[in-house]
Design a protein. Sequence first.
Length: 213
Amino acid sequence: MALVSLFRLRPEPGRLADHLAESAELVEHVRRLGYQAANWQALVGGDVGTTVTTITAVNSTDFAAGMQKSMADDKFQEFMARASTSGSATVVETSQFNDVDPNFQPNPDRPTGFIQATQWRPSPGHMADFMSNVTTAVGHISRLGGAPRVMASIFGAHPLTVLVSVGLTDFDAYGAYADAVAGDEQFQTFWAGALANPSAELIRSGLYLNLSN
């Protein structure tokens, strides 16, 4: 099981290039300290106009160790002092997620050019129904060529919600996957049934481009 920290920022007008340069430098520092990190640009959905940085730790103990490393690292602290006063972007969300599957571990070598993500708030008393639907959806996603990952929000903008992401290697893979989903009778039948008797509210959806592969 991994722990993912998410930082979403909105660039200030005229400062996108500065913000992207700072985000790229942040990822370099985090990777230097031994952690997975990536920058994402929202292409479609409610987060358009923002970028997201994700930092992955093995678990909460590893996350705490990473915080201590960063606090003791002079280069990282110099960067943070500089970035925090540059005014290139405003932080609009900080959240943390745990993998629902305790045995899931992300593959650091897997190329992920895109993520298609949906985030859901289960209806009161319907968590079991919703997770049953998620389990079914994961099977369809894998069958149709996507790489699914299911995470629970611990802290942040939408606590006690569930994020379902689909990893895809590149533009071509995304197009093939989207067409496969649209034309797959099994998936469409499942989806129609889930919508007919909803067990959760959709609170986020989007397509995100990896800027730091």
